[in-house]
Design a protein around this ligand. Structure first.
Ligand code: CA
Length: 245
């Protein structure tokens, strides 16, 4: 998933626009078109399928951030698609679409590993809200992108970007930044960082930690010297979207 920090993400109200890759599995062509158009209008990349066997194949070959899955499908049912995906280790969040009054379906769907369900017919705004909620859950990320303020980290490639522009970090600087962003809002002393970020057994002093923090902050700082890594006086350091000096 690509994550972009928007201009209004400055300050405490951090909002991220999530550009997710979504698979929509639905055999009612009209509904499929509506859902696809709605998701694409929000900037998502949408792949479609209108049969269960095809959906299983797509889920086996491609990685998605979210699956919208109709219950009643030709070839394999939605529940078969879902259980196949979960049994083969698939973690992708699934929003099930069920017919009216199929309470049993809902229970079975959630038991099988659906993350949420919507009963047809549903309001498009309700659909959008459920999609947003599922994409906001941490586990819905493919585990590759972390973002805070204007800083984005691609964990797979260990690349760091500030407002989309790549910043080259040394391995220790990267490890430190990733750790602090992963634990955003929490403060860590130099000693705690030494313990948790540096390899055990390395002969480093807390001063060395402070030096790495300093160079890291300089590399990711704004022109006025502020950065997403702040000094917490008397405690240590923390990452937070409020970019105080
Ligand atoms: Ca159907």
């Amino acid at each position: 998933m690509e994550v972009y920090a928007l201009p209004w993400s400055e300050g405490k109200d951090l909002r991220l626009l999530l550009m997710a890759k979504i698979l929509v599995v639905e055999d009612e062509q009209d509904l499929l078109n509506i859902l696809k158009a709605s998701l694409e209008a929000q900037g998502h990349k949408v792949d479609v399928s209108s049969d269960g066997a095809d959906a299983i194949e797509k889920l086996g070959h491609f990685k998605f951030d979210l699956v919208i899955l109709d219950w009643h499908l030709p070839n394999k049912s939605g529940i078969e698609v879902l259980s196949h995906h979960r049994n083969s280790g698939g973690q992708t969040p699934v929003l099930m679409l069920t017919g009216r009054n199929q309470a049993m379906d809902k229970a079975a769907g959630l038991d099988t590993g659906a993350d949420d369900y919507l009963t047809k017919p549903f309001d498009e705004r309700e659909f959008d809200a459920r999609v947003r909620a599922l994409l906001r859950r941490p586990h819905t990320f493919t585990g590759t992108v972390l973002a805070l303020g204007d800083i984005t980290i691609e964990q797979d490639t260990r690349r760091v970007f500030k407002s989309g522009k790549e910043i080259v970090l040394l391995p220790l600087e990267y490890n430190l930044l990733e750790f602090l962003i992963r634990h955003r809002g929490q403060s860590f002393s130099a000693e705690a960082l030494l313990d948790r970020v540096w390899k055990t057994g390395t002969e480093v002093s807390e001063d060395a930690v402070r030096t790495v923090v300093k160079t890291l902050r300089r590399k990711i700082a704004n022109p006025d010297g502020s950065s997403v890594i702040q000094t917490v006086y008397g405690v240590g350091y923390r990452a937070s979207e409020s970019t105080e000096k």
